[in-house]
Write a protein that binds this ligand. Structure first.
Ligand SMILES: Cc1ncc(COP(=O)(O)O)c(C=O)c1O
Length: 387
């Protein structure tokens, strides 16, 4: 039995979370946190803080920034100075700040749809246009593939002030290649637009996949890029809201930091403690086991859908714990999100929140025990069979 087969009970009625949001008989497979406890070194650190008794104000320490920089060096051989590390209250705050500073009512935010729902909220929150460069979808057997449509990308980049890249991509699980990253970055630089690279899922790599931070590709690309990372997805501590913007260009960083300071975006002390331990390397054994478990869950989803739901199409994600299912070829009438909630008592994420291209699709969170994953898929398969 694996560590990841045993799940804590999160159904506290006084708390609103993934497990209490929907009625009790609905199996939650939606919001992107995993059902697993965080690694022991992080939990021990947080216990230590509580036992000491004072939950006072804390600022990001130099040690924390050095720890983040050292992790970039260890993982990717990427040289980042500690002073280039800016602490942010999560990655959504991180890219929202960038949009406030670097976009205008005429030059908005470029995104590759279907993509993480919060990317779509920036336009209204900040009051800027959204420019979509939809990824091109193709199907082989029942496996979905999405790729960059370069003509569309080159055309749309001209209307934007900032490109918000999602790499690895939520909900599609793509890890863009170095070649693709370089080409996207060069197009952005040629068109003088800022690149914000949301790399929150960069350590959740399946199989033996490798990842390259976009800003590591060349000093010129680094000068035009804000990289956003966090321990939150990797080590399952998203509720602590601590992330980092790595900004190597001093002028860019000063503009960004001014906005963060003006908005008084302070990370809570528990988030700072957890991040320091998470990025120290002390949780990497746990992470290795997690990635193996998630890789097997991913294989299970793809195999299950292929065998037992032949009309449903699925991605075969290279990273993340998120699957993407296409129900447009099934007999489901209307929204699959409502259909499965009513008929199968499972709650996935509605594909349409990721953009127009997501209509008729659902995002499945497989960051859970194999047993619950199987239960959820069984419920879905039975509901489809009864159609
Ligand atoms: C691509 C991406 N960015 C950002 C976030 C959320 O980041 P935070 O909770 O730190 O704001 C998520 C969460 O699902 C995500 O998938």
């Amino acid at each position: 039995m694996s560590l990841f087969d045993r799940l804590p009970n999160r159904r506290d009625p006084n708390v609103l979370n993934k497990w209490t949001f929907y009625p009790r008989d609905v199996l939650p497979m939606w919001v992107a946190d995993m059902d697993f406890p965080a690694p022991k070194p992080i939990l021990r650190e947080l216990h230590k803080v509580v036992d000491q008794g004072v939950l006072g104000y804390e600022l990001p320490s130099l040690t924390l920034k050095e720890t983040v920089a050292a992790r970039m060096q260890d993982l990717y051989g990427w040289k980042v100075k500690p002073e280039a590390v800016v602490t942010v209250t999560g990655i959504v705050s991180g890219f929202s700040v960038a949009a406030r500073v670097f976009c205008t009512p005429r030059k908005g935010i470029l995104i590759q749809t279907p993509v993480y729902n919060e990317f779509h909220e920036v336009k209204n929150n900040i009051g800027i246009p959204q420019v979509d460069a939809p990824l091109a979808k193709s199907v082989k057997g029942n496996i979905l593939k999405y790729e960059i449509d370069w003509d569309v990308f080159e055309k749309q980049v001209k209307k934007a002030g900032m490109f918000l890249l999602c790499n690895p991509h939520n909900p599609l699980g793509i890890i863009f290649t170095r070649k693709e990253l370089t080409r996207m970055a060069e197009i952005c630089i040629k068109n003088r637009i800022l690149i914000v690279s949301d790399e929150i899922h960069s350590e959740l790599l399946l199989d033996d996949n490798k990842f390259t931070p976009l800003a590591k590709l060349s000093p010129e690309i680094a000068r035009h890029t804000i990289t956003l990372i966090a321990p939150s997805k990797t080590f399952n501590v998203p509720g602590l809201f601590c992330g980092f913007a790595i900004i190597q260009d001093r002028e860019l960083r000063e503009k960004y930091v001014k906005e963060v300071d003006d908005l008084r975006l302070h990370v809570g002390s528990m988030g700072l403690h957890a991040a320091r331990v998470a990025f120290s390397g002390r949780c990497d054994g746990w992470l290795g086991n997690l990635k193996s478990y998630l890789t097997r869950n991913r294989d299970f989803v793809v195999d299950y859908v292929t065998r037992y739901m032949p009309d449903v199409r699925t991605t075969n994600p290279s990273a993340t714990y998120l699957g993407w299912l296409d129900f447009t070829q099934t007999d489901i009438d209307g929204s699959p999100f409502e259909f499965f909630q009513k008929k199968a008592k499972v709650a996935l994420s509605d594909g349409k929140i990721f953009g127009r291209e997501g209509e008729g699709h659902l995002r499945l969170n497989f960051g859970t025990s194999r047993s619950l994953l199987e239960q959820g898929l069984d419920r879905m398969q039975k509901a489809i069979k009864l159609l």
